[in-house]
Ligand binder design. Structure first.
Ligand code: NAP
Length: 325
């Protein structure tokens, strides 16, 4: 588990944009589980962040200066920038955000990477059918809270697994999940899943791995579909965790397990954003943001998210949007 003392806040001159670049002042930055994998010193599917580097992540910000016709001063943009107050980036890597269409933070959440992950992971990888039972882990987080709601839109039974009673109340009372349980206080996951999923599990959207996944696999139905979205229970492990092996279940139940990365659907993002935007406007999708103020508190927000302190999407507010940058 990272510690706040692993991070350093450094003052530096504001960078100047070269031709084709823009200078962006961060308004909000996103802290996400994948960042933990970037801090391992290894290259996984993305380049790692080395000791001394600025951490890279999703940022929504305001353009202060642009040397490219695609982006203008004062535009609100979203991009992979640094945990920095001021960043310079190639204009072609920035996406304009319309502040009139939706709150700008949604470009880091329901209308951003987590929303796209929930949309494609559930609908394309799992193909849920009306009446089926969908179970999702890390259910009160950014991706999980959207997965359960999309399952409900598709007329499925949605069951969430999360790490506190408050989170379970949030997904069942505010988001419309049919049931859920707190894995930190439930002694027998399998018995609880049997109670909550009397017809078995047709779809499992796995955000966590480990013992929770072992328990869900024992409850799957014939032709179940399992999307492996993340394995957050393992991200801070130094050695791979050994555990019960339920792969035989996949044979007997002729089930399909598929890992995915949201980027593999990049050529269909527009389709997903149109649909997610419509569900938001129709209030079929609800979301909650967990805001921490101040760039200096980004490490606290990041560590808190890894420890499950967030309900909904963890964001850091860096500065106020100005009428004129
Ligand atoms: N494949 C992709 O393209 C893709 C894209 C985005 C995200 N992801 C993955 O999706 C998952 C959710 O990401 P997110 O951004 O929505 O984060 P999030 O759910 O908002 O935050 C992470 C949550 O993980 C839970 N958690 C932490 N340690 C855990 C453990 N040992 N066992 C069980 N749960 C634990 C915590 O909630 P509790 O209180 O419930 O423990 C915490 O709130 C992550 O695994 C992430 O890597 C994958």
């Amino acid at each position: 588990m990272p510690k706040e003392s692993d991070f350093e806040l450094v003052e530096a001159p504001i960078p100047r944009p070269a031709a084709g670049e823009a200078l962006v002042r961060a308004l909000y930055l996103s802290v996400d589980p994948y960042m933990r994998n970037r801090l391992t010193g290894r290259t996984t599917y993305v380049k790692g962040v080395n000791i001394g580097d600025v951490i890279v992540g999703g940022v929504v910000g305001q353009v202060l200066e642009s040397n490219d016709p695609r982006i203008a001063k004062d535009d609100i943009v979203q991009g992979m920038l640094g945990w920095q107050e001021y960043s310079v980036a190639p204009a072609k890597s920035l996406h304009k955000v319309d502040p009139g269409a939706a709150p700008i933070t949604s470009s880091l959440y329901a209308l951003g990477m987590p929303g796209l992950t929930a949309y494609f992971g559930l609908l394309d990888i799992c193909r849920p059918q009306p009446g089926e039972t969908v179970v999702v882990s890390a259910a009160a987080g950014a991706v999980g809270s959207l997965v359960g709601q999309i399952a409900k839109i598709k007329r499925c039974r949605a069951i969430g697994i999360a790490g506190s009673d408050e989170k379970v109340a949030f997904i069942t009372r505010e988001l419309g999940f049919d049931g859920g349980f707190n894995y930190k206080t439930t002694p027998d996951y399998r018995a609880k899943l049997k109670e909550l999923c009397p017809n078995g599990v047709d779809v499992y959207f796995d955000n966590v791995g480990g013992e929770i996944t072992d328990a869900v696999l024992r409850q799957i139905n014939t032709r179940a579909r399992i999307a492996v979205c993340g394995q957050i229970s393992q991200y801070n492990s130094e050695e791979p965790e050994m555990g019960p092996r339920w792969m035989g279940q996949l044979v007997v139940k002729q089930a399909r397990v598929e890992g995915f990365l949201v980027q593999q659907f990049a050529d269909r993002y527009d389709e997903a954003l149109r649909q997610l935007g419509q569900w938001l406007r129709e209030k079929k999708l609800r979301y909650r943001e967990d805001l921490i103020e101040g760039l200096e508190n980004a490490p606290r927000a990041f560590i808190g998210m890894l420890q499950g302190r967030n309900i909904g999407k963890q964001l850091v507010k860096v500065s106020e949007m100005a009428a004129h940058a």
